[in-house]
Design a protein. Structure first.
Length: 435
């Protein structure tokens, strides 16, 4: 985790103290279930809770023990025994390390997902507010970076809102898929521990029992989780790139908020750069990169190996922390985004009406011209305008082939900007509902 791109609430999920607290809760809840089944004394389970429930685990001490044992869970259990005393012999009975590690990881991932879902809600709220604010603000739509036909800026934001709504649904599904618990023993057979222990721990930790595990919880669940984060990051980048393009000097239809005292360049005092959007592009690349090792972790040897372990120690915190930061940055960017309708209109008018070419094409065909001829008539009048050699509407009115089919008034009618926005309300209802 890089402090520059880390928010405290998400970082706390991955801190050693949090991890050891979760490990303890897993062990203590398992002890409760074992006591209920008569496997260990009830007083022992009570003592385990009483001695360690409010303990602050000594991370340095655990690290010291691990340097000798070369085993993180044994190091923790040894330290726990120092806190609990003789009754610690009843801890971890019938369990294997992965029962603790995998269940803990899934608790952390579900907690991280809850924060990310909250982040997405903030992004969605910002997008919705600004979309309605500019619902009917005309701007040019572009394909291949070239002027195409008019849209509204509200529609641009509605596109993003719909995309992040899907992202939220996917994340909710990924959270549910990864929220499983395994307390099934060395190879998942429950030979040394009753399945009812797993059921008890799962319920206590807010998880579902894994239907069948080996020594580990199947990693396809985690692959889907991190792949979902990667897709969300791609959506972040798509919107960030749109803002970066709109802020270009030659376009300047929207711009990141530039605060008092902010500097854009060490060399050029006039610069106002889209640094937040560029930052989001880079962060998105990193989140996507973490999805690949998660997918490669699915293929483990037999009932378990630890080739996934080192990767997960990095991608678990890094992917969630990075996306958390990116989503909150994106929400703030949209909330404060400077939008310039006058520049949008200026750019709309830049090609002298060429953006209405399709309307002319359709109008000619409806008046009897073949599509091939209509395309030729419209294009031969559009190309001089493209080169700066005239006005599109004027040239059309002088074209004898066009005038055979359309009157001056009918030609002028095709240049109505509002025509393009007649279904904006319908689209908004599809995206936002009846609000």
């Amino acid at each position: 985790m890089i402090p520059r791109y880390t928010r405290p609430e998400m970082a706390s999920i991955w801190e050693p103290q949090t991890r050891f607290k979760i490990w303890f809760e897993i062990e203590a809840h398992a002890a409760d279930a074992l006591a209920e089944l008569g496997v260990i004394p009830r007083e022992a389970a009570k003592t385990i809770w009483a001695k360690a429930k409010h303990a602050t685990f000594d991370v340095a001490r655990i690290d010291e023990i691990e340097r000798e044992t070369k085993h993180d869970v044994i190091a923790f259990l040894t330290h726990l025994a120092e806190i609990v005393g003789p009754e610690a012999r009843f801890v971890h009975q019938g369990m294997t390390s992965s029962d603790v590690l995998d269940t803990c990881l899934n608790v952390q991932l579900t907690r991280a997902a809850d924060l990310l879902i909250s982040d997405l809600d903030k992004v969605l709220a910002a997008l919705k507010k600004r979309a309605f604010e500019h619902k009917m603000t005309p701007t040019i739509g572009r394909s291949h970076g070239i002027h195409a036909e008019p849209v509204t800026f509200g529609l641009k934001l509605a596109y993003a809102y719909a995309e992040f709504s899907r992202a939220r649904e996917r994340l909710v599904a990924a959270r549910k898929e990864v929220a499983t618990c395994a307390i099934s023993g060395a190879v998942g057979t429950f030979a040394q521990i009753d399945p009812r222990v797993e059921e008890h721990v799962a319920k206590a930790m807010g998880l579902e029992p894994e239907p069948i595990s080996t020594q580990v919880i199947p990693r396809d669940r985690h692959a889907m989780y991190f792949a979902t984060l990667g897709v969300i990051a791609s959506s972040v980048e798509r919107l960030a790139i749109e803002i970066r393009h709109l802020q270009r000097t030659e376009v300047l239809e929207a711009e990141e908020f530039f605060s008092e005292g902010q500097k854009g360049s060490s060399a050029m005092p006039h610069k106002r750069n889209p640094v937040l959007s560029e930052n989001l592009t880079g962060l998105s690349r990193m989140v996507r990169a973490y999805a690949m090792p998660a997918m490669e972790n699915v293929a483990l040897w037999h009932e378990r190996d630890i080739s996934h372990s080192s990767a997960e120690r990095m991608i678990g915190p890094d992917a969630t922390v990075t996306l958390d930061f990116a989503l909150m940055r994106l929400a703030g960017l949209i909330e404060k985004l400077l939008i310039y309708p006058a520049n949008m209109q200026k750019n709309l008018d830049r090609l002298g009406g060429l953006v209405h070419s399709q309307r002319l094409l359709i109008a000619l065909t409806q008046k009897g011209a073949s599509r091939e001829d209509a395309y030729k008539y419209v294009q031969r009048n559009a190309m001089p305008v493209w080169r700066g050699e005239g006005d599109f509407q004027t040239l059309l009115k002088k074209d004898p082939d066009v005038k055979k089919h359309l009157s001056d008034a009918e030609i002028e009618e095709q240049f109505d900007l509002g025509y393009h926005f007649k279904h904006v309300d319908t689209i908004f209802k599809r995206v936002f509902g009846e609000s």
